[in-house]
Design a protein around this ligand. Sequence first.
Ligand SMILES: Cc1ncc(COP(=O)(O)O)c(C=O)c1O
Length: 407
Amino acid sequence: MKQTKTEKAKELYSQYIMNTYGTPGIMFVRGGGVNLYDANQRKYLDFSSGIGVCSLGHCHPAVTEAICKQAQTLVHVSNLFLNENSPELAELIISKTFGKGKVFFCNSGAEANEGMIKLARKWGNATGRNEIICMDNSFHGRTLATLAATGRSKYREGFAPDMGGFRFAKFNDIKSVRAAITSKTCAVMLEAVQGEGGVLPADPEFIKQLSALCKEKDLLLLFDEVQCGMGRTGKLFAWQNFEVMPDAFSSAKAIANGVPMGAFVCNERLQDVLMPGTHGNTFGGGPLATAASLAVFRTIYKDHLLENAGETGAYLRASLEKMIVKYPFAKAVRGMGLMLGIVLDFPAAKILPLLRDEGLIALSAGETVLRLLPPLIVKKEECDKAVRIINTVFKNYLAEEKKGTQE
Ligand SMILES: Cc1ncc(COP(=O)(O)O)c(C=O)c1O
């Protein structure tokens, strides 16, 4: 019998692509808004946004138009020359955050954090300090420096030696951060909502005290906004939910809605730390990615997507909270805006294929958390549909569990 397109792709994938993700089972061929379509044209509701990337939904017309127009005009010039988009984008980012400061553009989340770490070290080394305090349970990327900064040690297994210069403190525990400070500490880096760690929001009091502690000890406060940024929590950047001003933050994932891009952004105090020759990359800030990103930022404001993330996020959360009451294995709903997690008492990965069979794409996080990252354009009806699917899968799971205990 003739192989289907998906079977052929699976065969080539398992033969030629390094097995770091396992061989995926579904091949998506098309997307539009909150929906994805597989090779058989089956429709799925995408509550993962490609792990927090396609936050305006798939193939948003404004982003598609910007990419097509730019692709017909100029795709790449080196950073030895100006392009029309990157200065405008940098101005926009600074105007929505620090008011005064500078941006460095790169290509991914790990690269953005890596650059932010270099920025902090360069600043700290001027006073003989270069250690960064990171949080237990954090995730900052897969490069050697960002792995060393990652609190979840399972990601580091097999890649010894760890790069030095990082110490760890307990998330949401100010005493633990204070205890980790040494004469070498120059910065504290954290996610305002830990994503991979299990959709765990920072405690507002902790962030307030952390900001005061950084001021007291002259430490930089650095936020990793790769997953929780770009409107996901109802503010453009998650740190803006707290009444603090960091010194720098990183961004990636949703910054260009799927065109690979990252950035780190600093305040006026740090803006001249990295000078010619100290940092760079080939693709960062190129005309194509920055055209897409400009379209993302403009759409977020034109279509009031921050408000939607807040309002629809609250609606989804309330619906989930109401629904899980029936299921003893579902312990709580947590998160911020449209970054939500259902805490289960078993590995969430078990439930993902069952949800997919019912037409819902979701994610796991921190082992037992079912993570939902719908696009910021999501409507209440689509949330209702997702909750119905989760309810069906939970109901079947509970029935199976009961059957198992009776046998
Ligand atoms: C908070 C956080 N930081 C950094 C990264 C790494 O980003 P990338 O995969 O683009 O390198 C991720 C990816 O999941 C993340 O969630």
